[in-house]
Design a binder for this molecule. Structure first.
Ligand code: URA
Length: 190
């Protein structure tokens, strides 16, 4: 697995399909498989400024909150694969364009084929739409498990929404509930 993962990662790092993103990126952020102890993968949207600088996923403010929320749910970050729908930072953190998500789709699909997670948590609308299709709303799909092409997917809010709406906002509470659901599902499956 490790050799295959490293090989796939090298191919992702060399991707030049999205000309705008290639021109503005500092690094490509393929994602990290973690120890993958419970075969959980989380999928975010796209690298932000700090991820683009470090070449690592979820290392900025959203990442710090994600780490905390995973730990609170009993799901350690270092045991979890941390991936994203697109691997290069959109300038100014704009939402990725549909064409960019389409270009990058085979990379995430290949990562999921290789890792074969028991459960995927999609963080935010871009990731949720990646799995559940274009008419997805987070309020409409969160809180339950979806079966998508033989994979189990829980879709929930992105940690950046939890930061934006604050400690008493709905996204933080929903994220906590949905990660607790993920932990229960993984516990049941062990
Ligand atoms: N948001 C994401 O979706 N992914 C990251 O790596 C960082 C922020």
């Amino acid at each position: 697995m490790t050799g295959d993962w490293d090989d796939l990662t090298a191919r992702i790092r060399a991707c030049v399909l999205c000309k705008d993103l290639v021109a503005s990126r500092n690094t490509v952020v393929p994602g990290e498989p973690g120890m993958f102890t419970r075969r959980l993968a989380v999928v975010g949207e796209a690298p932000g400024a700090q991820e683009d600088a470090a070449g690592r996923p979820f290392v900025g403010l959203s990442g710090q909150l994600l780490d905390q929320l995973l730990a609170d749910a009993g799901l350690a970050r270092h045991e979890t694969a941390v991936l994203s729908a697109i691997k290069c930072r959109p300038p100014g953190n704009r939402t990725p364009r549909a064409a960019e998500v389409d270009n990058c789709r085979p990379w995430l699909a290949a990562q999921l084929d290789l890792l074969n997670p028991r459960l995927i948590v999609a963080l935010g609308l871009t990731a949720a739409t990646w799995f559940l299709g274009p008419r997805t709303t987070l309020a409409g799909v969160r809180g339950v498990v979806h079966e998508v092409d033989g994979r189990s997917v829980v879709a929930t809010y992105h940690p950046s929404a939890a930061i934006r709406f604050g400690p008493n906002g709905k996204p933080l509470a929903a994220l906590r509930d949905d990660l607790a659901l993920a932990a229960r599902l993984l516990g049941d499956a062990l």
